[in-house]
Design a protein around this ligand. Structure first.
Ligand code: GDP
Ligand code: MG
Length: 379
């Protein structure tokens, strides 16, 4: 069999030889581009770039069988195969200036969509809830405010799909309205404007839209592309239109996730509850979270002991876009961290130990650094 030369292999994968050399060093193989590597090593470096390494028999002139290496691109793309993806509910965050009606709006939607007879009713606090509008599910994060939005994004849990910007029609754009616009724009989120308190005699939605246009948010009736609705969180006027708009926007965004893969969920709230230990409200991002699933979440391991939905009912599993309370954390997780399904408890614990060691080491380095700085600042 002919030798497998590094530079030739690189060419077959469309890579520069030094790329492969760097990967080979990671595999503890130290060679020059013109040198040969073992087939087992070739298999590994090919895998690192999404290729399969095969030695294939090919007919070459004169009936001589020549064995040569081919790298074959994988047939299935590395991304989620399209047919495994299913539509999921949009995840909505409500933002706006204080007292413009964020809490009232969230309460109104939850109150009208969830009947009082259901287990738990709506008396208990939830971090997020899911409602259905004409058969189409919509998930709301029930913690208004910008802090949670940016905190979560800072930690990598960028789960919001659409931002509903609440602006009180009697008050107009205020500092926190501008802040919300900035956050949403920076995060490249779709913004839908809800002009609230239209029941008030002093309401002036024209003024709100003019102010928005001045800030670069042109509503559709001003020739822009920002959808808006006039609502009253007090009387409920316009709220069905808002829900309709959100459902439509979700269709436009074609939000999909694979409910079959490993489960991943974002922590949106965490607390310690008597009798339950550390619990967290999560929104499932992909896969299906099931009772009994071992997981890792930041530096902590855990296993799903029970799942409670937004109506206080015990459920067995939660699909993408669904908010759910998870019981079974070893310790209280961080908001914005991700819960990731693991194959077994041992693997989860091992990873948790590794992450905690890393954390301790980096904290140690920080303290040493600040001690050194103290030392020198006193000189
Ligand atoms: P948040 O700070 O944005 O969460 O605002 P709240 O939901 O707490 O509302 C602030 C005040 O505005 C409360 O007194 C509400 O009752 C009142 N409010 C909220 N929405 C409306 C509305 O559509 N019409 C009227 N008239 N009052 C409202
Ligand atoms: Mg509020």
């Amino acid at each position: 069999k002919p030798p497998i030369i590094v530079s030739e292999l690189a060419t077959r994968m469309g890579l520069k030889p030094f790329r492969l050399l760097a990967d080979l060093i990671k595999l503890q193989v130290f060679v020059a581009p013109h040198q040969a590597i073992e087939p087992e090593v070739a298999v590994k470096v090919c895998e690192m770039h999404g290729f399969t390494f095969e030695r294939e028999k090919r007919e070459k002139g004169g009936g001589v069988h020549k064995v040569e290496e081919v790298v074959v691109e994988p047939e299935a793309p590395l991304d989620e195969p399209e047919d495994l993806l299913q539509l999921r509910p949009p995840i909505i965050t409500i933002m706006g200036h204080v007292d413009h009606g964020k809490t009232s709006l969230l309460d109104y939607i939850r109150k009208t969509k969830i009947t009082a007879g259901e287990a738990g009713g709506i008396t208990q606090h939830v971090a997020a809830y899911k409602v259905e509008h004409e058969g189409k599910p919509i998930t709301f994060i029930d913690t208004p405010g910008h802090a949670i939005f940016s905190d979560m994004r800072a930690r990598g849990a960028d789960i919001t799909d659409i931002v509903v910007l609440v602006v009180a029609a009697n008050d107009g754009i205020m500092p926190q309205t501008l802040e919300a616009i900035e956050h949403a724009k920076k995060a490249k989120k779709t913004i839908i404007v809800a002009i609230n308190k239209i029941d008030l005699p002093t309401a002036n939605s024209m003024r709100v839209k003019t102010q928005l246009a001045e800030k670069g948010l042109q509503t559709v009736d001003f020739g822009g592309d920002v959808e808006f609705v006039e609502i009253s969180a007090l009387t409920g006027a316009g709220i069905p239109d808002l829900l309709e708009l959100l459902a439509l926007q979700a269709e436009v965004l074609e939000l999909k996730a694979n409910p079959k893969g490993n489960a991943r969920a974002a922590i949106i709230e965490a607390r310690v509850q008597p009798g339950r230990g550390a619990t967290a409200s999560v929104i499932v991002e992909t896969g299906t979270l099931k009772v009994g699933t071992p997981f890792i979440c930041g530096p902590f391991a855990g296993k799903v002991k029970s799942l409670i939905n937004d109506r206080g009912e015990q459920i067995k599993e939660a699909k993408p876009g669904t908010p759910v309370e998870v019981i079974g954390f070893d310790e209280m997780p961080n908001v914005g961290d991700e819960l990731v399904e693991m194959d077994n408890v041992r693997a989860a614990q091992k990873l948790a130990d590794e992450r905690q060691l890393d954390l301790r080491n980096s904290r140690l380095k920080m303290t040493q650094k600040s001690r050194m700085e103290d030392l020198f600042s006193n000189v």
